[in-house]
Design a protein around this ligand. Sequence first.
Ligand SMILES: [Zn+2]
Length: 211
Amino acid sequence: MLAIVIGLAPVAVFGVAALWARARSSRIAVLDLTALAPGGKRSKRTRAIDAVVLHQMSFSRGNDPRRYLKVTAHFIIVPDGTIAQLHPMSARLSASDGFNGRSVAIEFAGNLRSVKGGWYRPEDYGRDVLTAAQVLAGRGLLRQLRSAGIRHVYAHRQSSPKRGNDPGPEIWSTVGQWGVDVLGLDDGGEGYAIEAGTPIPDTWRSFTLTT
Ligand SMILES: [Zn+2]
């Protein structure tokens, strides 16, 4: 599988989708909720997919993936590590600002801390901590997407000035940076951001999760 796709980046959108369908059947478990999520969020892609963008939802509704159908992301990962697909890879979503055209979005459930240790409006959205199951699921999904042709992993922060803690240090240090170090994915490097986004801080890369 991997040998087939190496050297094809960036691959055509339908190439990724087809490879993904094959990869999905042989690797990690992904709950298919694409028939239940609102189709109005989808538009046509006009360019190849070569990236994945990581996000935190800044809220949690527990472990039932059906409680997240309105989240604008291709994939969600809930606290118990269940992965669900809400939208086809072939659909463009308004999830990641300037990365939308070329990327697949993954949203992790949870209101997760910033590097300073604080939560966003904890009285309203809770004080969550990324679970080990979410880390394992995120890595597995990233590995699968890598084998389907993805070559870049980005933080939503890099494309939006309003998303400074998205996905935040817990997700970036354990999943995003892992994708860079282990899978060889490219995050644009030090100082990389687009439009009015801000770069990934060094403190995210080296963050150690303490509960
Ligand atoms: Zn986001």
